[in-house]
Design a protein around this ligand. Structure first.
Ligand code: NAI
Ligand code: MG
Length: 365
């Protein structure tokens, strides 16, 4: 019998991270009751405000809690005015990615029915792709290691390794295979790089194509990052899984979120082979924090991704069912215009949306 009980580390963080986490946990409570699931939740404090109070943004005890958990739920951390002495921001999410080896940043960009898309073309309704941002190396390998010489020259160096590229490629092909089953059409992986200019990217592409033949059922192709910026606006509905380097992935994830209604609709997972962390793609939104108007959809969909991941790993059908049900409930409340969040010009607050999702769980149609 697969287990239906899981240990979760809960890291709300700062700003609207706390607000959207409350909303998502309420939805999780309801989904657990419906599916006979039980999560044991442990708070793992961290963030910019904690740094301001204690001088430590991610206490070792919180890291240990996250490391020991079956999955990590994360709101958002950081605050523009709270910075380290070198001028960079507090970003424990980056530390967690590096320390827990969460190399695969999974960012689904899916048009939710009823949510206005940025593109007028009716095919924008069919946008359903996943940006797979490598999250432990690339340009971010230089984090904390960049140099500044005599106030005249600054350098940050990109790193691409065979090991991580192989893992990322396999992750991409497996994901495409899984999506193909769900969507009833063949999977397609498109590596996004800049191999026309940089050796690191030419190497990345070479390793990617060495892995591709292991997955003959999935179409493998590639695209330059600049052309992809164009095509994500021109024909995003044509893409499926897009693995890419860390910095490129950072940028096109926000572009992708912009296509489907904004950051409030963009969930994500940071997955490795042992651990996984689930968080909305957005930050702490200081401009709207404390007003109760943050859109919790991205956090709620991230929670569904967590249940899907736990279900896949543990064999718990109840987890997988709960994930599907939450996603369907989100689609329904927006499609039927039961709610309209503030970020798309509506008046539904954070708790209104959570309540509507809960009321819609398991409803048909
Ligand atoms: P942000 O994502 O917090 O906000 C960008 C814009 O989107 C703002 O206008 C905000 O109001 C809006 N927005 C974001 N999420 C929303 C939601 N759920 N509902 C409605 N509107 C939403 O990005 P920004 O302003 O660049 O960063 C703010 C802080 O968050 C910074 O300190 C930054 O370092 C941190 N941050 C943390 C992240 C994380 O914890 N993973 C990711 C990105 C930023
Ligand atoms: Mg970003």
């Amino acid at each position: 019998m697969p287990t239906n009980s899981f240990r979760l580390a809960v890291m709300p963080g700062d700003g609207i991270g706390v607000e959207v986490m409350d909303a998502a946990l309420a939805v999780l409570d309801a989904a657990e009751r419906r599916h006979g699931l039980a999560t044991k939740r442990e708070a793992a404090p961290g963030g910019a405000l904690l740094y301001k109070e204690t001088g430590n943004a991610l206490p070792e005890a919180s890291f240990k809690t996250a490391q020991a958990a079956d999955a990590i739920l994360f709101g958002a951390m950081g605050w523009p005015d709270i910075r380290y002495p070198d001028g960079t921001e507090i970003a424990p999410q980056l530390d967690l990615r590096f320390r827990l080896n969460l190399y695969a940043g999974v960012r689904p960009i899916r048009a939710i029915p009823g949510v206005p898309t940025a593109l007028a073309d009716p095919r924008a309704r069919d946008i359903d792709l996943v940006i797979l941002r490598e999250s432990t190396e690339g340009l971010f390998a230089s984090r904390d290691k960049g140099t500044i010489e005599n106030d005249r020259v600054a350098r940050d160096t990109m790193v691409i390794t065979r090991e991580v590229t192989e893992r990322l490629s396999r992750f991409a092909f497996r994901l495409a295979r899984r999506r193909a089953k769900k969507r009833g059409r063949p999977g397609a992986v498109t590596l996004v790089d800049k191999s026309n200019v940089f050796r690191s990217f030419a190497f990345m592409r070479k390793v990617y194509y060495e892995v591709a033949p292991e997955f003959p059922d999935v179409k493998a192709s590639h695209h330059y990052i600049d052309a992809m910026a164009l095509d994500l606006v021109r024909r995003p509905w044509d893409f499926d899984v897009l693995p890419t380097e860390n910095m490129f992935g950072d940028i096109i994830s926000d572009l992708g979120a912009g296509l489907i209604g904004g950051m409030g609709f963009a969930p994500s997972a940071d997955a490795g082979d042992e651990h996984a962390l689930f968080q909305p793609s957005h930050g702490t939104a200081p401009d709207i924090a404390g007003k109760g108007i943050a859109n919790p959809t991205a956090m709620i969909l991230s929670t569904a991704m967590m249940l899907d991941w736990l279900g896949d790993r543990s064999g718990s059908q109840a987890c997988s069912d709960a994930a599907t049900e939450i996603e369907a409930a989100v689609d329904r409340i927006f499609a039927e215009k039961q709610v309209q969040s503030f970020d798309i010009g509506g008046r539904s607050g954070t708790t209104d949306i959570a309540k509507a999702v809960i009321a819609s769980l398991g409803k048909k149609g």
